[in-house]
Design a protein around this ligand. Structure first.
Ligand SMILES: C[S@@+](CC[C@H](N)C(=O)[O-])C[C@H]1O[C@@H](n2cnc3c(N)ncnc32)[C@H](O)[C@@H]1O
Length: 444
């Protein structure tokens, strides 16, 4: 449509930024009309960039100069923001980040799902959008020939030259620093090649998972210092998911709302527990339970949503494929004295049809799939079973749009979408959507 623009490669051009891509890059047009993505440019800005890549449908540029800055541009708080790649939006004031994410959801639903006519609520942000993560993977690598333990740059196996991350609580950063200072001999002698830190925000406990093949002995300065500086437990994670407790407990406990959840070192748990609490409250509100309903929580993980809904439902089923998450979910049901919840193992595309064939009828179904969205058989089976309320929790607007479009063709209308900022400073966004049967539309 725009002809071959490869002659633009290497050229400097002025571009007016009209929006943002789903990866948080500024989006504008070359003089030919072709779309160009420019990382770190903001909507409303005029910038000068060098064209670094030209494809048939789009080009990419490197920001060289901001000719007219956005009034919402700010100095990034993190000194390694431009090299790390873990955050994408620190240069935008937080209200602009929320607006960028709202538009991202709106565009995905319109462009990929052809969906309109629903209520899109403003993004629910955080009062203080920093140091919110409860989990981090640290990797062994070299910076300037020195062995280090740290974070990978985005989509690379190169380490970022930093000993802090503004998304991690300070006590987790302290543990990371001790691990780096004292752990290097273990890396060299014992083949340690990474660490996983996990924190419970309600108890303040931190679990240190050391990843390595050879036996690590829980003695010496490293272990003492980790325990002195706040690690509540140390486990060794053996490749293949084997686990050995070296000090303290094998699990952490996290409280969200009235529920307590057991966290295994490696099973899925939302990384921002403060915002997760908001998501679960929204799901509870959308479910509009009276105590008589049967609920199916598909992709139930450690059972968080199922257990949040259980006190207001007659019966709740959770469907989950990870055995570790399932074991946590069952322990969580016991811990929360939820006798009306059953967790079933298996891929949902098989366990859901099986459950419904046995005559189970659910008035409310919750879907919380991984990034790739729901399996087609799950969507078909859900639509055929005609729940009165369908709640879709999504961490990826593109697959949300695809799946909502399918459900909308199967007789559901999207009443409302509530985006929640689970990942401030990054381009990621979580959404909760409420769908109702179209035949009930007039009465709602
Ligand atoms: C986004 S997490 C949601 C977890 C949970 N609802 C929560 O809020 O913590 C998605 C979950 O789906 C599970 N999963 C992935 N594929 C699955 C499948 N085919 N069938 C059932 N569960 C699956 C993963 O193991 C993971 O626990």
């Amino acid at each position: 449509m725009y002809g071959c623009q490869s002659h633009m490669l290497g050229h400097k051009v002025k571009v007016f930024i009209t929006g943002c891509s789903h990866r948080g890059e500024g989006l504008g047009r070359l003089p030919s009309g072709q779309i160009i993505f420019i990382p770190y440019a903001l909507p409303g800005e005029e910038v000068e960039c060098q064209v670094t890549e030209v494809k048939r449908d789009y080009a990419r540029g490197r920001l060289e100069k901001i000719v007219a800055p956005s009034p919402h541009r700010i100095e990034p708080a993190c000194p390694v923001f431009y090299t790390c790649g873990g955050c994408h939006l620190q240069h935008a004031a937080y209200p602009l980040q929320l607006e960028i994410k709202r538009r991202q959801v709106e565009e995905a639903l319109l462009r990929l799902g052809k969906l309109q006519g629903y209520t899109l609520k403003p993004v629910l942000g955080m009062d203080w959008p920093w140091r919110y993560r409860n989990k981090v993977h640290l990797h062994v690598g070299k910076i300037n020939e020195t062995l280090r333990l740290g974070l990978y740059q985005e989509r690379s196996h190169e380490l970022v030259d930093t000993r802090d991350c503004l998304l991690l609580p300070e006590d987790m950063v302290k543990i990371w620093q001790i691990l780096e200072e004292e752990g290097i001999p273990h890396i060299q002698e014992k083949g340690l090649y990474g660490a996983l830190l996990r924190k419970s925000f309600s108890t303040g406990e931190i679990m240190v998972g050391l990843v390595g093949y050879q036996d690590l002995c829980p003695e010496g300065r490293l272990f003492q210092n980790l325990l002195n500086y706040g690690a509540s437990s140390i486990v060794q994670i053996l490749p293949g998911n084997g686990l050995k407790v070296l000090a303290g407990q094998k699990y952490l406990w996290e409280e969200i709302g009235p529920c307590r959840f057991r966290l295994s070192p490696t099973s899925f748990f939302q990384v921002n527990p403060r915002q997760a609490a908001k998501i679960y409250e929204i799901v509870l509100d959308y479910a509009s339970l009276t105590g008589k309903e049967t609920v199916i929580d598909i992709y139930s993980g450690t059972g968080t949503i199922a257990l949040f809904l259980a006190p207001r439902a007659s019966k709740v089923y959770g469907l989950e494929v990870s055995e570790e998450a399932l074991a946590d979910a069952r322990a969580n049901a016991q811990e929360n004295k939820a006798k009306n919840v059953s967790f079933l193992w298996g891929p949902a595309e098989r366990s859901l049809p099986r459950l419904l064939e046995k005559g189970t009828k659910a008035e409310v179904i919750v879907l919380d799939p991984p990034r790739q969205g729901c399996h087609p058989r799950v969507l078909e089976t859900v639509a055929r079973s005609r729940p009165r309320r369908l709640i879709y929790v999504s961490c990826y607007p593109a697959t949300l749009a695809r799946d909502l479009q399918y459900l909308s063709c199967q007789g559901y209308w999207i009443k409302e979408v509530q985006p929640v900022d689970m990942f401030p400073q990054t381009h990621h966004i979580e959404c909760v959507a409420l769908l109702l049967p179209k035949d009930n539309r007039k009465s709602k």
